[in-house]
Design a protein around this ligand. Structure first.
Ligand code: G6P
Length: 314
């Protein structure tokens, strides 16, 4: 007998595309992409972000064609992490530490992903961001530098890929019983078409430590590059910073708890001394604007320090 009221079929909701995350077969890299096409790639060695591309496939980070990606040396390009010291080992706290510390030359652990809630709006292209977490602790160091044998720490580094931005943030915990001091920087190599067309704004009239000429200087206009530049600025995190090319905004920086900014380009002569920087005119293709804390932070036993940056690609 025909039923007069047939139960209607339960509508199947259309599949909402979600971010894709994959780990390379050799467990050396993690790649994530959004349904809209943006992507990010992180090398577990140093938790170095190697690539950040827009939906149209434009690369936002510079990586040298001679960069070592096999774990034999810090990567020349992308976003290497500076921790626990910036520059060469220079005092008791940094005794035995390599230039820019050990975080960029140690293999990190991939801790997992999370993504923001899917939009239920019609025509939505799915989740709008995906966060990848990486971890490093003192037990993972191959060789513990002498002074650091006394300290214990756990770091979570989060890389969040959004529709038009990338967030990289650090949570550093002192898991031991002794206080320690550290510096840290997100040593980012931003890709540009030609350094001669680049300007960095937001640092005008702020005094900087000049690592090339020595001493303290300040400049009234935006920074342009026509020789080696290596400067350390101390500037309130609420101050916005931007990189422009041919006067068109290219990258916009928002900082959280990162009061220092290093601006670096090696120019011609210094580039020639760097065996892992290629091609020959590579210095034209990037500018390092590195946000972080060059001032030493004291992290007391049991405490956590947090800081990060959000970069909008324009
Ligand atoms: O060659 P690296 O150890 O990677 O350092 C590269 C550069 O890093 C920072 O930007 C420093 O301010 C520079 O003085 C240094 O030359």
């Amino acid at each position: 007998m025909e039923r007069s009221k047939k139960p209607s079929a339960i509508p199947v909701s259309p599949t909402i595309p979600t971010p894709q995350v994959s780990i390379s077969d050799d467990n050396s890299r993690v790649t994530a992409s959004l349904p809209t096409g943006e992507s990010v790639e992180v090398l577990l060695f140093g938790a170095t972000v190697l690539s950040w591309k827009t939906a149209k496939g434009k690369e936002n980070l510079f990586v040298s064609s001679k960069a070592h990606l096999d774990g034999s040396k810090a990567v020349r390009g992308g976003i290497p992490l500076v921790f626990p010291n910036f520059g060469p080992s220079s005092n008791k706290a940094t005794e035995g530490l390599p230039q820019h510390g050990f975080a960029r030359t140690t293999k990190w652990e991939y801790l997992g992903k999370s993504s923001s809630e899917s939009s239920t709006l019609p025509n939505s292209s799915g989740d709008s961001s995906v966060k990848l977490d990486f971890g490093l602790s003192n037990t993972m160091l191959d060789k513990i530098p002498s002074e650091w044998k006394n300290y214990q720490f756990g770091i979570t580094y989060s890389v969040t890929l959004g529709r038009d931005d990338l967030e990289t943030s650090l949570a550093i915990r002192n898991t031991g019983e002794k206080d320690f001091e550290f510096q840290t920087l997100l040593h980012s190599y931003w890709a540009v078409d030609n350094i001669s067309d680049v300007s960095v704004s937001g640092l005008e009239k702020i005094s900087f430590a000049d690592k090339v000429g020595g001493g303290k200087e300040e400049e009234s206009g935006a920074i342009t590059v026509s020789s080696e530049v290596d400067r350390v600025y101390h500037v309130d995190p609420s101050q916005g910073i931007a990189i422009s090319e041919k006067d068109k905004p290219r990258f916009d920086f928002t900082r959280d708890m990162l009061p220092d900014v290093v601006v670096w380009n090696p120019w011609i002569e210094k580039s020639r001394t760097m065996s892992d920087l290629a091609p020959e005119d590579a210095y034209k293709r990037f500018i390092c604007v590195e946000t972080g804390s060059v001032n030493w932070n004291t992290l007391e036993a049991g405490d956590t320090w947090e800081g990060g940056q959000r970069i909008k690609a324009l």
